[in-house]
Write a protein that binds this ligand. Structure first.
Ligand code: 13P
Ligand code: SF4
Length: 305
């Protein structure tokens, strides 16, 4: 089947089955193209929570599809490639988090959405890269000890930005964490007129060199608003598809070709087609875990509006 034939069939299935396709900005171009909504992790969870569709096909990584199911428990949530995980989400588990909580019973636990449903179920609140600073600041007012998990980089960035102090887990994203500040210097020499924008999952020494730091959606909005016409991109290369679409006359250079999340790229158009056609790969979660995790996600959504 050609891509066009799959597009046509998918559009037909969407109508017949009252289905929506959600895709993260890191997905392959053609998967973003067939999606009804493309967004960052916060926008996609807000859409999942409010959609009237009967079926959600989630094109992203596993924790994102789980989040959609938790927020829309009566909907059928389908996930085209079950193996598409997130290495950072696997750097913390509920056993280790429970151990931390036992040792620190007063601590407020803030979990990055890049975590499993079981970890979210043990947290007080979830955050994404677009609302972390706001939510962490909000909870800091309580004056209690706090833990931010599992991404050490977003945690350290927020501490530095807001002059706060709290515990951070040692997790990281293998794609963003490995970037080096020297690489930014080198690219800036190559493209002296370009602005450098970066995702907060990068290490502090890279973020310090950025003209703007934000979630994928915030980065797309920033480059669109900016007077500058050339950018060096310090996040997964999939965002350039939307950046270029919104700004056909601007130029985007990826900081390094290594900025490619293989899990995000596992989903091919054919997988989306098979998934919706046969309604396979449904996300099924334990009811109790979902109810507890939903409280943490709801706390986040309330503070995000
Ligand atoms: P966003 O919150 O910007 O969508 O990021 C999710 C992610 O996995 C980044 O690596
Ligand atoms: Fe996870 Fe990193 Fe991929 Fe984002 S880019 S989904 S944090 S592995």
């Amino acid at each position: 089947m050609t891509n066009q034939e799959m597009f046509d069939e998918l559009n037909r299935f969407k109508k017949e089955k009252n289905a929506v396709i959600l895709a993260h900005y890191y997905q392959r171009d053609e998967v973003q193209e067939i999606a009804d909504y493309v967004g960052d992790s916060l926008a996609l969870s807000q859409i999942a929570a409010s959609t009237n569709a009967d079926i959600i096909v989630f094109c992203g990584v596993h924790f994102m599809a789980e989040t959609a199911k938790i927020l829309s428990p009566t909907k059928k949530v389908l996930f085209p490639v079950m193996e598409a995980g997130c290495s950072m989400a696997n750097m913390i588990d509920e056993i280790k988090l429970q151990e931390y909580k036992d040792k620190n019973p007063d601590a407020i636990v803030m979990a990055y959405v890049n975590s499993t449903a079981k970890v979210k179920a043990l947290a007080d609140v979830c955050v994404t890269s677009s609302n972390a600073v706001k939510i962490i600041k909000h909870y800091a007012k309580e004056g209690r000890p706090m833990l931010y998990c599992p991404d050490q980089n977003l945690g350290k960035y927020t501490m530095k930005l807001e002059g706060l102090k709290f515990d951070v887990w040692t997790g990281f994203c293998c794609i963003h964490h490995n970037l080096k500040p020297e690489l930014v210097d080198q690219k800036r020499k190559e493209y002296p007129n370009a602005e450098f924008v970066a995702h907060p999952e990068c290490q502090l020494n890279v973020l310090e060199k950025a003209d703007y730091v934000g979630s994928t959606k915030q980065l797309i909005e920033y480059v669109t608003k900016s007077k500058c016409n050339e950018f060096i991109i310090g996040t997964e290369m999939g965002v350039i598809y939307e950046m270029q679409k919104r700004n056909p006359n601007k130029v985007f250079h990826i900081l390094t070709e290594k900025l490619k999340c293989y899990d995000m790229k596992l989903t091919q158009l054919e997988d989306v087609y098979n998934c919706l056609k046969d309604e396979i790969n449904e996300i099924v979660l334990d009811e109790e875990i979902m109810n507890k995790a939903r409280k943490s996600l709801d706390n986040m959504l309330k503070l995000s509006n």
